[in-house]
Design a protein around this ligand. Structure first.
Ligand code: TRP
Length: 332
């Protein structure tokens, strides 16, 4: 068992898709068996940085439920890790406030994900929530409240981990050694293309294949996938290297790759049949996941129980850290 404590989180986005699975979840499942202590949180307070009003916020709970079903079905084991909802351990909000007092605004304004978000929102300062600027502070609080020192994330989150280290270092410098400086555990992930063939898989573009979809829905979505644009007729040879369907065959049909490649470049297999082979591959790959998910979903109250137990276990650690922080700062 490796030394170290893992923390990672996901905003409650509802049902996860293949991109989320290979980008994060599959790695979490692996890590829970390598590290003795893993904390995995549903970052519902982070979700509030982009949701406003009762109707939007009302989606958080059902989305949490759906997402946690995906975690469990993927093999996250609540006996091996602490699974909980961020807001159920409000000590994180205390630490967030305290850390925000020693974090320079300049650090936060320079974070690329923040700049990107502001650009997307097309907003002027009047419309940017204060909490959005503080997103990385809350993320730091998440991790160091549990004194985690390894954070499995994708490349896009690396600037957040950098700032996390700086915030932790600064606290240690100001008030005495308290927190480990967390390190990113970079997840090497194949890029999972969306079914539109232009962007990576993402729910907001509606180009995703959900883990929890049934076989029929999966097949329907795969059939819509964009293939090599130069292959207009079945008799045209295709170029597997530029084809999204082929990039997914590498994951879901590794045993048939040569055959598929050959069929495509010689125009022996048409795109329609090729997609059906892919849909079969995905459906076979996910069959067990989907069965397990149905079983968990059928147990009334199961997800809530797992999350309540997780929050109780997380709270023990969180309270101890807050006690120490108060003492170090001289507030206690
Ligand atoms: N910001 C992360 C994301 O959007 C989610 C997250 C919240 C997180 N808290 C975290 C990730 C702590 C790692 C560590 O994907």
């Amino acid at each position: 068992m490796a030394e170290g404590r893992i923390f990672s989180g996901m905003r409650p986005s509802g049902r996860l898709h293949l991109g989320n699975y290979f980008g994060a979840l599959a790695n979490w499942v692996k890590l829970q068996n390598e590290f003795d202590q893993c904390f995995f949180a549903v970052a519902d307070v982070h979700a509030l940085t982009t949701l406003q009003g009762k109707d939007q916020v009302a989606e958080i709970k059902p989305n949490t439920h759906e997402m946690v079903l995906d975690w469990l079905a993927a093999g996250i084991n609540p006996e091996r890790c602490v699974l909980f909802v961020q807001s159920h351990v409000p000590e994180v909000l205390t630490l967030n406030s305290l850390l925000s007092m020693s974090t320079p605004l300049g650090w936060l304004l320079r974070v690329p994900t923040f700049k990107e978000k502001v650009r997307q929102m097309g907003s002027d300062e009047e419309h940017i929530p204060y909490g959005l600027v503080g997103y990385p502070v809350l993320q730091t609080a998440d991790v160091i409240l549990y004194k985690a020192d390894r954070v499995p994330v994708g490349k896009d989150q690396v600037p957040h981990i950098e700032i996390m280290r700086e915030i932790a270092r600064r606290f240690n410098h100001l008030y005495g050694d308290t927190f480990p400086e967390p390190q990113a555990l970079l997840t090497e992930t194949p890029m999972i293309a969306g079914t539109d063939g232009v962007a990576k898989m993402s729910k907001s573009l509606d180009n995703q294949i959900e883990l929890a979809a049934d076989a029929e829905e999966t097949t329907k979505r795969v059939k819509r996938m964009v293939t090599d644009p130069q292959r207009q007729r079945k008799t045209d040879p295709g170029r597997p290297e530029v084809c999204n369907v082929y990039s997914l065959h590498k994951i879901f049909n590794p045993d048939k790759l040569d055959e598929i490649h050959q069929g495509c470049v010689t125009a022996g297999i048409g795109c329609v049949d090729d997609k059906l082979t892919l849909a079969d591959g995905i459906n076979t790959y996910l069959a067990e996941f989907r069965e397990r998910r149905r079983e968990f979903a059928a147990k009334p109250g199961y997800v809530d129980e797992v999350l309540a137990d997780g929050a109780a276990r997380a709270t023990v650690v969180a309270r101890e850290t807050i006690r120490e922080v108060y003492a170090k700062m001289g507030l206690a």
